[in-house]
Design a binder for this molecule. Structure first.
Ligand code: ABU
Length: 375
């Protein structure tokens, strides 16, 4: 019997990881939570149905390239079991015409030490996505006697979980930015809802983005579930579609974070980092003006990198500015051609979920300050 699962952050030496798969990915029909996420001028508006086969094949080639690169570097790679997402799905509370994908495990699985927890996503179309990872969870459970296989309270996602008429095509960008800065999102506080990719793990401290996919009640739930941890509720004004922290605020090693310059962490929320000598630097600009076709994510997937250890980091091969910045920051960037997978759920960090990183649960923020972000 061996220890299979252990990870407390995004930068200690990576030894075992899950890489997603693009098979059967569907563009989901509009629903309360997704309509707010898709930009008004996006070609995605009004689109739904299975993604074209040739794009699925190309995305899988990109995911396989990433898996190969990791294996060549001694990282064990596991893959989910694809599910036929092009079928109606139903609970006692809602019915949706399809699911979505098993490409970005980072949105679904949160690794906290020897525990992997499936999240409480606010998109109805993602309600059953965790099932694609269940065969792996079962395997880890059989092999690792210390592995804690868990599931956050399942949200019901009834109409009470969303603000009605929140989405309006006529909203100007300025108003959208004002709303997000004021923490006014489509989700209500009816029940805890969160995506695992909104949770930045830094040992004892969890910095959780309050945005389109994670609400305030989730922070309170985290506080009670993980009483040994400090829960910080962060937000990033400047982002009209705040979803997932990993194209906004990305740690590279202890003491160093790159921050999206269009979504800077507010001064008040920086205090905890400053008091503990963490450096927050503006991320390099993306190399592309637009995301690839039929992509939900922004061009800032440029900074959605996968850190292998305190020195080595995988960066998308066409992101020349981000590659260059990594070198300047003392990192060794490893380019991997991955852009063909972006439309299926994000970048290199999104497409992976930690199973094992060396290291323990460290206290990186031992200097206590008056912290407005503490829940
Ligand atoms: N899943 C990360 C997407 C963030 C962004 O679109 O900027």
């Amino acid at each position: 019997m061996t220890k299979i699962v252990n990870s407390w952050n995004d930068f200690d030496p990576l030894k075992h990881v899950i890489v997603g798969k693009a098979d059967f990915t569907v563009i989901p029909d509009e629903e309360p939570a997704t309509s707010e996420k898709v930009p008004v001028d996006s070609e995605m508006r009004g689109m739904w149905g299975p993604r074209p086969t040739e794009t699925v094949e190309k995305a899988n080639e990109a995911l396989d390239r990433l898996a190969k690169e990791l294996e060549n570097r001694g990282v064990k790679v596991d893959r989910p079991t694809p599910i036929q997402w092009n079928q109606a799905m139903m609970t006692p509370d809602f019915r949706v015409p399809s699911g979505q994908t098993q490409m970005p495990p980072r949105d679904i699985l949160l690794t906290m030490g020897n525990e992997i927890m499936a999240s409480a996503n606010s998109f109805r179309c993602r309600y059953f996505e965790y099932l694609a990872y269940w065969p792996l969870m079962n395997q880890y459970f059989e092999e690792d006697p210390e592995f804690k296989w868990s599931q956050a309270p399942r949200p019901r996602l009834t109409d009470k979980s969303y603000k009605h008429n929140y989405y309006d095509e006529q909203i100007a960008l300025e108003e959208r930015l004002e709303r997000t800065a004021n923490l006014d999102f489509v989700t209500t506080e009816a029940e805890p809802m969160w995506d695992a990719a909104d949770v930045l793990r830094l040992g004892k401290d969890l910095f959780i983005q309050h945005g389109l996919t994670t609400n305030r009640k989730a922070m309170e739930w985290f506080k009670r579930y993980y009483p040994e941890h400090r829960i910080h509720a962060v937000n990033f004004p400047g982002d009209p579609y705040p979803i997932h922290i990993d194209a906004t605020f990305v740690p590279l090693r202890p003491g160093l974070i790159i921050n999206n310059p269009e979504r800077r962490l507010p001064e008040e929320q920086r205090k905890i980092f400053e008091a503990n000598d963490w450096q927050i630097v503006d991320a390099a600009p993306p190399a592309h003006k637009e995301p690839p076709p039929l992509c939900y994510s922004s061009v800032w997937l440029s900074m959605n990198c996968l850190v292998l250890d305190h020195k080595n980091v995988i960066v998308e091969a066409s992101e020349v500015h981000q590659l260059e910045q990594m070198e300047k920051l003392g990192m060794n960037p490893i380019p991997v051609d991955f852009r063909d997978a972006y439309a299926f759920g994000g970048g290199l960090h999104c497409a992976t979920a930690d199973v094992y990183r060396e290291g323990d649960c460290e206290d990186y923020f031992s200097t206590q300050v008056e912290d407005p972000t503490l829940v």
